[in-house]
Every structure is written in C-alpha cells, then in structure tokens.
Design a protein around this ligand. Structure first.
Ligand code: NDP
Length: 282
C-alpha cells in the first residue's frame, strides 16, 4: 500500500511540475521525423501536421512516404517533404539531415524514431545482424544528432529520442534490439548531462515506451505474449508534447515507469514474472 501510495504521489508531483503543452508553439516549427512511413512515426507526422508544422519525413519506402506526406498536407502541415533513405548506410543519415536543413532553412525538432526489422526470437548467434542493427538503431541516431546540433542550438531546438522499456530492463527474444536501445540511453543520457552542463539551448528528451499497438509490434508478439498494448496515436502525441515542453523523460504508458522501479527494487520477482509471461516451450 505504501509502495503504491508513493508511486501515486510521485506521479501527481511530476504532472503538476510539468510545463503545460502549448499546441500553437508548433505552428510553423521545422521538424524532421525518422521512421515516419508507418507506426508511431507516421502518427507523429500526422500530429505535427495538425499543429501546422513544417515537416520532413524519412524512411526507406518512397511511395509510402509520399502518401504520408500528402495526408500531412491535407491535415494542415505548412510543408510536408519526404526523402527516402536507408539508415544502415553510412552516408544516408547525414544526407537526410542536410536535406531537412536545406529545405526548411534550419531545424527546431529532430525526432529520431526509426528501427530496423529484427526477429522476435531466441538469440541464435547472428552477430552480423546485431552489427547491422547497431548501425540502423544506434549509430545513425548519433550521426544525425551530431549533424543537426548546430542548427538546434541556434534555434533553441529539441532533440527527441524514441526509446523503449527494453532499454531499461532486458526481456527475452530481443537481444539485438534491446542492446541497441541500451546503447541509445547510455549515449543520449550522457549527452543530456553535457548539454545541460554547457548551458546549451538544446533540450534532449528520451522517451521510454512500453508495448504500443503498431502493426509491426503486434505481429511480432502474436501467440507469444499476451499483454495490453497502448495506442500508437496517443504514444505519438505524448512524444511530441514531451519534446515541445522540453522535458528530459517520458514514460508511456504510465505503468512502464512502474516496471522499471519493480525491476530495480524486486529483481528476482520481476524476472520470474517476465520469464513466465511468454508462451515458450524449450
Ligand atoms: P515500425 O516498425 O512500425 O516502424 C519503423 C519505421 O522505421 C518505419 O517507418 C520503417 O519504414 C523505418 N525503417 C525500418 N528500417 C529502416 C532503415 N533501414 N532505414 C530507415 N528507416 C527504416 O516501428 P514502431 O512504430 O513500432 O516503433 C517506433 C519507435 O518506437 C521505435 O524506436 C521503437 O523502438 C519504439 N518502441 C516501439 C514499441 C512498440 O511496441 N511498437 C515499444 C517500445 C518502443 P520503412 O520500412 O519504409 O523503411
């Protein structure tokens, strides 16, 4: 009871102390969203569009990006441009940032969200896949952030990193994915301190998401684990609000935060629950 009461008090305190979101602050904002052809990234593009932002979206599939960009314009985006790029390439991450800087004349928001496909299964020794996924899910984030920082600094901008509960506590079947997310949290957690210590104009938000009902995620877990998933559109909105209000962290849905506390406070019970939540027979 005491545990639950302290969690509730902590949440109310955080909610009260959080600055309130002003949707008009995003009108005309220059935004680059990665992984925006589908899932949470696509939903973020639509929200930014409704707020009247100028958007550049990127992913690999050009035709799908074109459809998303068209919808963004119909929803009210001041601009909606797209560039097809593969984040496993060493040069594409920087090319994408250059494109956005040139077409929008600078950046106010860089939202790094893309992930490469990765199997949801036991680790079977595919080191090449892990290396490839590190480039897509981690190194490309570092490259893009570094390239965009001068413009974000100039414009009092925000860098938003979409991460996962699996960056805080590992689960089975996701070793390569989880390692890329732990790397993100380590790198950008360190950068968060450095920006603050340098009195930088740039805010850096790290967003910790639990299970979200995107097609990719739902397809992966089907028949293996049965837990409720939160809506992608709401997750997208919460990420945007976190960036716009310059908060350092987001936990969505709220019980994601509870899971990280439980893992730290009662690790053996948490591990027991995690391992028994999966439908797996060796
Ligand atoms: P999706 O799989 O739905 O979307 C991934 C996006 O990345 C797509 O737009 C895809 O487009 C793009 N992409 C894939 N490979 C590449 C590549 N090599 N180069 C460039 N772009 C690529 O992901 P979600 O929306 O489910 O997840 C979004 C974010 O949220 C991720 O960072 C994820 O880790 C995080 N998250 C999601 C959770 C969930 O349950 N859904 C839970 C926790 C965190 P294309 O195929 O056209 O390239």
């Amino acid at each position: 009871k005491l545990f639950l009461a302290s969690i509730s008090v902590a949440f109310i305190a955080v909610k009260w102390s959080a600055p309130s979101f002003q949707p008009e602050s995003l009108r005309g904002a220059r935004v680059l969203v990665t992984g925006a052809s589908t899932g949470i990234g696509e939903q973020m593009a639509y929200h930014y569009a409704r707020f009247g932002a100028q958007i550049v979206i990127t992913a690999r599939r050009e035709k799908v990006l074109q459809q998303v960009a068209d919808k963004c314009l119909s929803l009210g985006a001041q601009k909606a441009l797209y560039i097809a790029a593969d984040m496993s390439s060493e040069s594409d991450p920087e090319t994408v940032v250059d494109f956005a800087l040139q077409k929008l004349g600078g950046l106010d928001y860089l939202v790094l969200n893309h992930i490469g496909p990765s199997p949801f299964s036991m680790w079977k020794g595919d080191i090449e896949h892990s290396r490839w996924l590190m480039q897509v899910n981690f190194f490309s984030y570092v490259q893009m952030a570094w390239k965009a920082l001068p413009s974000l600094e100039q414009n009092k901008g925000s860098l938003v990193i979409v991460s996962s509960l699996l960056a805080k506590m590992a689960g089975p079947f996701t070793a390569p994915y989880s390692s890329t997310k732990f790397a993100l949290n380590g790198f950008f957690g360190s950068l968060q301190h450095e920006l603050a210590m340098n009195n930088s104009n740039v805010s850096l938000s790290i967003c910790t998401l639990g299970l979200i009902d995107t097609d990719t995620a739902m397809e992966k877990i089907r028949g293996i684990i049965d837990i409720p998933a939160a809506p992608a559109s709401e997750a997208a909105l919460r990420i945007i609000q976190t960036g716009a209000t310059r908060q350092e962290e987001l936990y969505y849905p709220w019980n994601t935060y509870l899971a990280t506390l439980t893992k730290d406070w009662i690790p053996s019970a948490t591990n027991y629950i995690v391992r028994n939540a999966y439908n797996y027979i060796p």
